[in-house]
Design a binder for this molecule. Structure first.
Ligand code: SF4
Length: 287
């Protein structure tokens, strides 16, 4: 038995005892947007309540560092912001340009600031971030139960993090191998550009759809072979692509309900600054 913040729990690795000490003031604010976009609103008709975590993708949060932001640790003490990671390690030029991060409400500066703040919180104080996320998933479950809905969570709304590897210790001091392991009654799902061979070991309640860019056809074919679906952004959705049937993915975001071994066709979305439809010049948008 180990004592962690006055709570008895089992086998907590030493690093968590350190990480659980607040290192900077975590701002209040919801992490999960619940049924906050048109596709997840459609999911309610399917009996699903969906929470999505939107954080600054790729290099957006890293760019903040250039502004010389310092992390306040109480009293008169602060220090330069530590180096942040790229939260989309397989992002391509085409997906960066078409990223949903700036579509819809994402075009509003305050929404962008909130996403940068969450990406910063996740990277600088992962232990407390996970505790907060855990509480919000629990709250979503209670809301879903009240309304007779299935709770679903998409953690990579606009990032590409391997959440199945993010172990954490909850506020009761209990260690979990992942947020999915703790909430095994929730349908977690994501789109990902990380080669699926690196994501085969994950909880059964975490469904992944591989996401095609202009430069990862080989990884898409590999994903299909491994039994994953592949999401493709099209100007016009065809009946078949890469030798596989195409289903329409615009009707809902509940990817975990899709039949397997298919291409999930998505219609290109408008992003901030587009005059009408997004004009892709990289090959990211197909046909
Ligand atoms: S990997 Fe996904 S979330 Fe990241 S920049 Fe590309 S489209 Fe956006």
């Amino acid at each position: 038995m180990t004592t962690l913040k006055g709570v008895h729990c089992f086998s907590v690795p030493k690093r968590y005892q350190v990480k659980l000490r607040p290192t900077y003031a975590m701002r209040a604010g919801d992490l999960l947007g619940i049924d906050a976009n048109p596709k997840t609103v459609k999911g309610r008709k399917l009996g699903i309540a969906t929470g999505i975590l939107y954080m600054a993708p790729a290099l957006s949060a890293m760019a903040e560092q250039a502004k010389g932001i310092r992390v306040h640790i109480g009293g008169d003490f602060d220090f330069p912001m530590p180096k942040l990671k790229n939260l989309c390690p397989y992002a391509s030029d085409g997906c960066l340009a078409a990223c949903l991060n700036t579509s819809g409400k994402g075009g509003i500066p305050s929404v962008q600031n909130a996403r940068i703040r969450k990406a910063r919180e996740y990277q600088l104080d992962t232990a407390n971030f996970m505790i907060k996320l855990d509480h919000e998933v629990t709250r979503l479950k209670l809301m879903a139960k009240r309304d007779g809905l299935l709770p679903a969570v998409r953690l990579n709304g606009t990032t590409d993090i391997l959440w199945e590897r993010e172990d954490f210790t909850d506020s009761d001091g209990v260690y979990w191998s992942s947020i999915m392991a703790k909430h095994d009654d929730v349908a977690f799902y994501d789109y990902s550009k990380v080669p699926m061979k690196f994501r085969q070991i994950r909880p059964a309640n975490y469904d992944l759809t591989f996401s095609l860019s202009e430069s990862n056809d080989d990884h898409a074919l590999e994903a299909l072979k491994l039994g994953h679906n592949v999401a493709v952004v099209f100007n016009e959705i065809p009946a078949e692509f890469m030798g596989h049937k195409v289903i329409i993915g615009d009707e809902s975001d509940a990817r975990f309900l899709d039949e397997k071994g298919v291409i999930v066709g998505l219609t290109v979305k408008r992003t901030k600054g587009d005059n009408g439809r997004h004009i892709d010049t990289t090959g990211f948008v197909r046909n």
